[in-house]
Design a protein around this ligand. Structure first.
Ligand SMILES: [Zn+2]
Length: 331
């Protein structure tokens, strides 16, 4: 009887030790995630804020959203998807729409994408990129990392992604990209009802992807991010520092994300690179100027963005912020 009591006591003690350790494991953000899912919406700027987006709203009701995350100082797609995926400014990766369309990148490049760092840390992990704009899969993401790549229209991309997850795939890092909003933005501008309707349409796609991830149990230890590369002028088009062009959406949901978290004021859309690496437990390379914003994760105070190594960008971005803030008044 005494032996039995001792056994019971030791099991109880062991359980008491394990439970807090397990709980602590579950609440840390650095390396606390098995998967990061990044959903890129080309040309949507900050306008998730103004469109009818029931899925975005339900997903991020207990997540953190910033509608004023700034673009690169040139509000164009390759410059920004390049930075979102490499964590350095456009002035260093130097990718443009035409240069990225012309050549394939491999991992010998000086400023590789986060796919390279995730591949180095997890040699056997599944990695995937399913996009509308093929340039991302060929000219931005390196072609020698074993990333599963697929390209199609927004609707085809959604169908493909849902089937991919329904088939049991569980990538460590996943990127996707929708292009319909940018197309409507160019044609009709960011004041047109059609522009907001297109954002609502993509919101439906995001909802389907989110639900497929949830059904597959991939969100329990998954970080879910929506990010845009740039916005659009009232009459369409994008390049400069106006609020409509250069404010973007960064929305993050995960078990350690502060619900309703208000990001640091100087968040850039390129910070998505730092957030993704942090969640997967990978130290950020010193050359990156992307940071984990304050008030994003409950256990991370946030970091100050070093002026060096992106000094020229830091100076020009400060200057352009004046234009952004002035034009925001004309919203
Ligand atoms: Zn465009």
């Amino acid at each position: 009887m005494k032996k039995l009591f001792c056994l019971f006591l030791s099991v109880l003690l062991a359980a008491l030790c394990v439970v807090p350790a397990f709980a602590a494991e579950n609440t840390k953000s650095f390396g606390g995630y098995d998967h990061v899912f990044i959903i890129g919406v080309d040309g949507a700027g900050q306008f998730f804020r103004d469109a009818d987006t029931p899925n975005f709203d339900r997903i991020f009701a207990d997540g953190a959203v910033d509608y004023t995350a700034r673009t690169e100082t040139i509000a164009v797609s390759a410059q920004n998807w390049g930075s979102i995926l490499t964590g350095v400014s456009y002035l260093r990766h130097l990718m443009t729409n035409s240069s990225a369309a012309k050549r394939e990148r491999d991992s010998s490049t000086r400023y590789p994408t986060i796919f390279k760092y995730v591949r180095d840390a997890y040699p056997d992990a599944q990695l995937a990129s399913v996009v509308n704009w093929n340039v991302i899969n060929h000219g931005i993401i390196e072609n020698d990392l074993g990333v599963y790549e697929w390209t199609g229209s927004d609707e085809e991309v959604t169908d493909h992604i849902c089937a991919y997850f329904n088939n049991g795939n569980a990538p460590k890092l996943f990127f996707s990209h929708f292009d319909g909003v940018d197309a409507v933005g160019h044609e009709l501008g960011s004041r047109s009802p059609a522009y907001y309707e297109e954002i609502s349409k993509v919101d439906g796609y995001i909802g389907r992807i989110y639900d497929a991830l949830e059904a597959g149990g991939l969100l329990e230890n998954g970080l879910f991010i929506v990010v845009s590369d740039h916005g659009h002028l009232r009459l369409g088009g994008h390049l400069g520092a106006s609020a409509r062009e250069s404010y973007t959406t960064v929305a993050v949901k995960g078990k350690t994300v502060v619900p309703g978290g208000a990001f640091a004021k100087d968040t850039r859309n390129r910070d998505v690179a730092a957030i993704a690496l942090y969640a997967l437990g990978i130290e950020r390379p010193a050359h990156m100027s992307a940071v984990v914003p304050a008030n994003l994760f409950s256990d991370v105070a946030g970091e100050k963005r070093a002026l060096y190594p992106d000094l020229i960008d830091a100076i020009t971005a400060r200057f352009f912020l004046i234009i952004t803030k002035l034009t925001a008044l004309l919203h």
